[in-house]
Design a protein around this ligand. Sequence first.
Ligand SMILES: Nc1nc2c(c(=O)[nH]1)N[C@H]1C(S)=C(S)[C@@H](COP(=O)(O)OP(=O)(O)OC[C@H]3O[C@@H](n4cnc5c(=O)[nH]c(N)nc54)[C@H](O)[C@@H]3O)O[C@H]1N2
Ligand SMILES: Nc1nc2c(c(=O)[nH]1)N[C@H]1C(S)=C(S)[C@@H](COP(=O)(O)OP(=O)(O)OC[C@H]3O[C@@H](n4cnc5c(=O)[nH]c(N)nc54)[C@H](O)[C@@H]3O)O[C@H]1N2
Ligand code: SF4
Ligand SMILES: [Mo]
Length: 748
Amino acid sequence: MSDDWKQTACILCECNCGVEVQIGGDNGRHIVRTRGDEAHPASRGYLCQKASRLDHYQNGPDRITQPLRRRDDGSFEPIDWDTAVREVAARFAALRERHSGASIFYYGGGGQGNHLPGAYAAATRRALGSRYRSNALAQEKTGEFWVNGRLFGNGVRADFEHCEVAVFLGKNPWQSHGIPRARITLREIARDPARTLIVIDPVRTETAELADIHLQPRPGTDAWLLHAMLGVLWQEGLTDADWIAAHTTGVDALAQRLSAIPVATACAACGIAEEQVRLATRRIAAAASVACFEDLGVQMNRHSTLVSYLEKLLWLLTGNFAKRGAQYIPAAIQSLFGSGASSQRSPVAGAPIISGLVPCNVIAEEILSDHPDRYRGMLIESANPAHSLAESARFREALRALDTVVVIDVAMTETARLAHYVLPAATQYEKWEATFFNFEFPRNYFHLRRPLFAAPPGALPEAEIHARLVEALDALPHEVVKDLRAAAARGRESYREAFFETLQREPGLAGIAPVLLYRTLGPALPDDAAAAAVLWAPAQMFALREPQALARAGFAGSDAGDRLFDAMLAGRSGVVFAEDDFDACWKRLATNDGRIHLELPELFADWDSLAHLPPAPDPRFPFVLSAGERRDYTANTIYRDPDWRRKGREGALRVNPRDAQSLGAEDGCVLKLITRAGEALVRIECSERMQPGHVALPNGLGLDNQCADGSVRRTGVAPNELTLARDRDAFAGTPLHKFVPARLERVR
Ligand SMILES: Nc1nc2c(c(=O)[nH]1)N[C@H]1C(S)=C(S)[C@@H](COP(=O)(O)OP(=O)(O)OC[C@H]3O[C@@H](n4cnc5c(=O)[nH]c(N)nc54)[C@H](O)[C@@H]3O)O[C@H]1N2
Ligand SMILES: Nc1nc2c(c(=O)[nH]1)N[C@H]1C(S)=C(S)[C@@H](COP(=O)(O)OP(=O)(O)OC[C@H]3O[C@@H](n4cnc5c(=O)[nH]c(N)nc54)[C@H](O)[C@@H]3O)O[C@H]1N2
Ligand code: SF4
Ligand SMILES: [Mo]
């Protein structure tokens, strides 16, 4: 074992905490010790228990280290990279010639820890003429993105470190994190008598146990709860009228609606005592600052886009934007959510494309059709949609119907098994890697990580894979590459001039710029950092867009973009790239008049529908199943080794003990869980956390590991064998994974 500690990051959730590791073990290829990196700007030494298991990712089962091609009988044969690249490019090019590039769909581009693949894939997509794409954000966040786009023209985050009141809506940060140093921050809020933690969750989660106020709606009734809270706010005169007048438009269009909300009826609809709802609302209104976080509990549930809107109104009507402890708009090196606009529709289902993403729940429908514009090929990268998308059976059928499926992954996943070609990527610890999950304020940071290990021969970083594909598609002109390489050899200033001059002369090359940077600037970078070259462009753009924030962070002058890029390359624990003041939030507001637009008429019909009580459950499916909840040992499908879990290797269905009793079942016994999509045998865990009638399965289980004899072994229940693609939000198309009607039966 080497005594050096090397800096990297945890890749299991969007926090990407800074980690220091020691490497050793067999061939020196294991992560043997981990500790929090004190120098990381956001995590400051913090880690949760999951990070200590990272070697289960680096040396996980099902790893692939050779390109694979599927034979007619479904088995795979290894092929060399030249063959793989040539055949993949030829098959996609043939689809493009026959049906247009729009028939080639792109899915993925990065998980919780790796966003450079998606940046490079933009070049391949351009070379293919591909138009449609999606990723996991289109099954969680697109409804919220749309709302944010309309209200602010940008994305917002919240400052939990300094807020007086924290509100978590359908979010369990004790387990799922999503804010830096989550457990420390939660404990601090809970301990401080001057601060209040409000948790809105039907389940008594670990976070709810710490809460000062736990509002426990019946599953799927948050819209009514927020409706009631807005009614209280308005009718008790608790809004911040001066702030609203100074900064917003559209409140007049809401006044009538807010004054007419029947608070008592709405409270009854969600099953919470009216007094408690009033108490929580008054606490929010009285606070100097309120920070809110809505997540999957509402985003994968009924009325999800409406709930996103009502949640924003709660803190906007109380003036909780652009001040310490409230909501803000962070500086972005590269925006993950775009403007939230939805100008396009998907070609077959006509579903709204929000932030450029086709709703995950319509992808199968877009394929399993005789529509002339259906998708016919798919490039899938760093994602496992055959496991993570609703209605796995239908998604598998869709993959089988495609002419060409190519998967780029580190492992033989449930999705890769259905591909025509599987291209093996270097792991996130074998290449330069980074994410764009940088949302801090007032000091935002970017963390570029160095490789800890050499990649095995046969596995390539995505930068190289995409460069080869773009070259095979004849989209990278040799002359241009030669000239830009020469410019790079002369120095950064020459390169900058030559690069922009080239794009001016040949604007068509902008689309393949990532690969152009990789092939020309890349080789000139120190420490074999070629795969980081794609970051040069956003660093330049950031310098143009946000010179003040960048200068306050220490990068001023005409070469500030280059100096930022060099600092990213040199930094081991992350680099602060923006120092903001609250004024920046107003400047980043991208509405046409610089005001927040409170009125979203597109959602009024859904809002009006709350006049009706929530529908009674179908008697055949009396339970509500939360299909996929975050627990102490879940991490999407990043860890494929079931033994990474220190407990609960197979996961369990959490059931209220009284429900178990009425089924004649005990803790630990196996029941049959039936939904309209399918059924599964599940081990139950009796838990007082659950309300009667509500059951929950963990997320990310039910993976199929390959055994030596070629067979596969599944551990736990795959939640999407139980979900239906048509169960989705009417507005954004996001799934209702937290509201799956279900039944439990005893097994004989
Ligand atoms: N340990 C762990 N952490 C993770 C991940 C992981 O796999 N494991 N995944 C990461 C990812 S990709 C994401 S997107 C985040 C998600 O993070 P979270 O959204 O916090 O995760 P979930 O546990 O899926 O859902 C949150 C809560 O919604 C509640 N809920 C269910 N039904 C309802 C309802 O009707 N109303 C309300 N108000 N709440 C409801 C559940 O009880 C649960 O506590 O977590 C990230 N962090
Ligand atoms: N029923 C139900 N379904 C859900 C959810 C739920 O709560 N309930 N949650 C949803 C949410 S919020 C999310 S975010 C999605 C997550 O689902 P997906 O977006 O499909 O992604 P992950 O499970 O994170 O899988 C990441 C993939 O990347 C691969 N990988 C890891 N490192 C690399 C690398 O360096 N390069 C490449 N090329 N590949 C790599 C891993 O092997 C794995 O196959 O699941 C969604 N699905
Ligand atoms: S909070 Fe935990 S899982 Fe998330 S990045 Fe940090 S250590 Fe990893
Ligand atoms: Mo997610």
